[in-house]
Design a protein around this ligand. Structure first.
Ligand SMILES: [Zn+2]
Ligand SMILES: [Zn+2]
Length: 258
């Protein structure tokens, strides 16, 4: 399985997953031209894309959902509350729609995708486990805290894209208005570096080979802080030599294969 993170952060998210001649796109938070550019740069033919999955309706995940869907003849897959929220915002008119039920596995272009609920201030946000053959990938960003269900679902995956949004000190000392700071660090907000590290400690099973820290705040975090926090726990549990650790960025695509 190959994962191309075209962009990750509050200015736009898109993840391309490829394997066995098929690709799917997770989220469409970038403008159309940037998404197409990213897909081509990853050496994926846009016509090999089979589906577009939207994790939640926030604009950094859905900005070009409708335009990409029509441009590439892609069926949009999301749960009904997310589809309704997109519709309310006029982000609709998709080429095709295939609603999924949170908690129930479904097929997307030859990948088995299991969506699970995450606590976030949106209609019904989901994290995903994506499987093809013996390989499995967990994707989990935009969550206020890791519930026991989140841990249960992500345990045992081979690779993980997980949120490491902010350093709490930088957030509190930063320029964001008070209510935004409260939102980010709240139970429906975003995962801090320390929360991410705590989660990683539990997910560092012998299967785990690669971890991508994602949705890093450009205002309230620095890649080196997120990486050293995560590396700290991987060392603590003796997983640092077998797990490759990366930080995804808003502007530089990142590609991993496992
Ligand atoms: Zn987001
Ligand atoms: Zn969000």
């Amino acid at each position: 399985m190959r994962v191309d993170i075209l962009a990750s952060g509050s200015r736009g998210n898109a993840i391309l997953i490829s394997g066995s001649g098929s690709s799917i796109l997770i989220d469409a938070g970038l403008p159309v031209h940037k998404t197409l550019e990213g897909i081509r740069a990853a050496n994926v033919r846009p016509r090999n894309l089979r589906a577009l999955i939207i994790t939640h309706e926030h604009i950094d995940h859905s900005f070009s959902a409708s335009a990409i869907s029509r441009r590439l003849n892609l069926t949009v897959m999301a749960n009904r509350p997310t589809l309704a929220a997109l519709n309310e915002r006029g982000n609709d008119g998709f080429f095709g729609v295939s609603p999924f039920e949170t908690g129930r596995a479904f097929d997307a272009g030859g990948f088995t995708v299991t969506p699970f609920p995450v606590p976030h201030d949106c209609a019904e946000g989901v994290g995903l486990v994506v499987e093809q053959g013996p390989k499995s990938l967990g994707i989990c960003t935009d969550l206020g805290f890791a519930t026991s269900l989140v841990k249960e679902r992500l345990k045992g995956v081979d690779a993980l894209v997980v949120e490491s949004n902010h350093d709490p000190g930088m957030l509190m000392e930063g320029t964001y208005p008070w209510h935004v700071k409260q939102r980010i660090k709240g139970r429906q907000g975003h995962l801090s570096n320390a929360q991410c590290a705590d989660l990683l400690k539990e997910l560092a099973t012998p299967n785990l080979r690669a971890v991508v820290l994602a949705h890093l705040s450009q205002e309230n975090n620095r890649p080196e802080l997120a990486l050293s926090s995560a590396m700290g726990v991987l060392k603590e549990v003796g997983a640092d030599s077998r797990v490759e650790l990366f930080a995804a960025s808003q502007d530089e695509p990142l590609s991993i294969a496992f």
